[in-house]
Design a protein around this ligand. Sequence first.
Ligand code: ADP
Ligand code: MG
Length: 252
Amino acid sequence: MTVTVGTSTSTAARAVGVTKVYGSGEAAVTALDGVSVDIERGRFTAIMGPSGSGKSTLMHCLAGLDDVDSGEVFVGDARVTGLRDKGLTDLRRTKVGFVFQQFNLLPTLTAEENILLPLAIGGRKVDRAWFDTVVDTVGLRDRLGHRPTQLSGGQQQRVACARALVGRPDVVFADEPTGNLDSRSGAEVLGFLQRSAQEFGQTVVMVTHDANAASYADRVVFLADGRIVRELVEPTAEAVLDTMKHLDGGVA
Ligand SMILES: Nc1ncnc2c1ncn2[C@@H]1O[C@H](COP(=O)(O)OP(=O)(O)O)[C@@H](O)[C@H]1O
Ligand SMILES: [Mg+2]
């Protein structure tokens, strides 16, 4: 048997037999039950499934935000499983970027300061040409001096996307990034995530329970009860909805 260790050039992140249990005894909840998945480099992958199926847990385990009970996780050339504090801090600063449902911008900082904050914290140099490309792609050029309260929800989420991309991480993880947006702003953010994979080769993993959002991805992985149960390549919203109907728990 051939055992592959780490990630290949075409794989940006990988989970191998990952199990995650919250709580213990009678209160134990198996959030992930032996999940193995390869996240292809430069592609936009959606993780889809009903509420409580383990989507956020899988994302947190892949990103090194949460530890696993068994199995292994790799990001880029790093084995995440078993990393201690410093290694995990380095991973979060340099190898992964995040976009959250609640934007998570710092209210006292301008858009530009928010975008550059992870680089500042990590003591990393700013690639100005890349910063300009990212800012122009998300259409924030004339909003760089604004604070979050002076921006719409869609603009705030585009700041968060720029912040995630500016450090050129191995993977950008987005958890329900359109959950707090109207459909037009949501479509802008989804279009941007899609283009960052297509035009910049950025690997993007997005957790969503929205079939339309998932249809922007190159590939959709379906979770139900902590297991991967289906997969669609080049999904349409109709195909995603149809697949969801046949999963445990029905449509989220
Ligand atoms: N911190 C936690 N403590 C206890 N149970 C949790 C915790 N986080 C998630 N769970 C449980 O794990 C399961 C999967 O949760 P989650 O990954 O958040 O699902 P999803 O993102 O698909 O809605 C759910 O049953 C949830 O209640
Ligand atoms: Mg979730």
